[in-house]
Design a protein around this ligand. Sequence first.
Ligand code: HEM
Ligand code: HEM
Ligand SMILES: *[C@@H]1O[C@H](CO)[C@@H](O)[C@H](O)[C@H]1NC(C)=O
Length: 383
Amino acid sequence: MSISLLAAVFSALAFSTVTSAEPVQYCPIQDVCYQVAVPSGSADANGGNIYLQLRAPTSYSWVGFGTGEQMADSNIFVVYQDGAGNVTISPRTGTGHIMPRYNAIAQVELQEGSGIVDDVMIANVRCGNCGAWPGGSMSLASEAVDYIAAWKAGDAVGSTDLDAAIRYHDAHDQWRFDLTQGTITDDANPYVGVSQFDNNNRGVSEGSFADPRTLIYGHGIIMAVVMVLLYPIGSSLMPLFGKWLFHASWQFLAFLLMWAGFGLGFVASQRIKLDFNSTHTILGTVVVCLMVLQPVFGWLHHRNFLKNESRGLASYAHIWYGRALLIMGVVNGGLGLQLADAPRKFVIVYSVLAGVMFLVYVAASAYGEYRRRLATGGYERKR
Ligand code: HEM
Ligand code: HEM
Ligand SMILES: *[C@@H]1O[C@H](CO)[C@@H](O)[C@H](O)[C@H]1NC(C)=O
């Protein structure tokens, strides 16, 4: 019993020393990851083979990363589907804000384990001369090498052409790798036999910048809670209890939280320089801005109601404008999940909750109308 425990501890220790010699990894967004491994021989000689991995779901048209601080003079590697169940690794030279073209000098070769596995494109790459390229060079033993990355969601490129046309990125990012943390003992493909991939960042030397994924998660969760739970619950409170102050304070808190969520989304989009031109970002901005009028209509309705004891124009504006914005907000959350390529289970939970809350609200609202009818003797006094 205790001997087997000891054996387990020892093998865990041994295993942890083995796995500490693993590639460095950076994932700017969920499931899009880039790795670099430097064999100790190459680090010592400051030359020779290094091993790269690029990984992304097949919902991406292409993903790429490269050494350098910007596109110009960067040594770029782009991966896309080859149209035959494998991937194409395309080394390219960055020349500025235009499509990088094939770089025939880079000696890259796909390694075992590359391909499309469970809807994930994997390129395990050996590069024989990646310490220097047409626009610059790097030390293979450096603790801070500048890297850039970019990605594009959408249809597969589906080509073995190393100079295939790729479309302008959705977003991009920059970071630094500490290559000394990515040293491996053997000059051999370190990715072979690795079938499970994590999303952790390792060996990223610039430690102080916010992980864009944390911002995106925070944004998504806050916005979903506000649009799918808080606003509909707050809207149901009114017909259920008829206490305007309860409703108004609840909705106002949700309103503040919504702006916090919007702020996180905005910061995240700045962080990865997300192209603003997506339905989710545009519609989302429109909805949160239009929502500013909702408390105003609510207040106007309240003042009118105190005076006239009945609904007026502001009441119908508040009710129907609010309902329309809530529906747009919920739909926009769905678009956000799509943009983030969120896991199926998130999409299912989101849709089910949205459906349930819709029914809860419709029931509460119908109950409210029923009570109003009773109270007003079957008809409504309008002006
Ligand atoms: C069709 C191909 C491409 C076009 C037309 C293109 C165009 C542009 C443009 C116009 C900008 C400046 C505006 C912005 O920030 O979005 C930019 C920036 C950037 N792109 Fe690309 N790009 C392409 C491919 C790539 C690839 C393959 C990478 C992979 C590493 C990449 C990485 C970056 C990065 C990191 C920046 C910000 C740094 C800089 O300004 O150079 N791009 N790109
Ligand atoms: C962003 C914030 C808000 C949202 C999304 C919102 C949403 C709604 C919705 C959807 C209804 C219709 C409920 C039903 O079906 O009966 C409603 C009713 C109402 N709201 Fe708001 N509301 C907000 C803020 C406020 C504020 C700040 C006030 C008061 C100052 C207010 C006062 C009322 C009142 C009195 C009603 C009842 C109207 C009636 O039944 O004639 N609301 N609200
Ligand atoms: C993809 O190509 C590489 C290099 O030729 C090979 O090692 C790998 O096994 C291929 N993957 C599949 C799934 O065929």
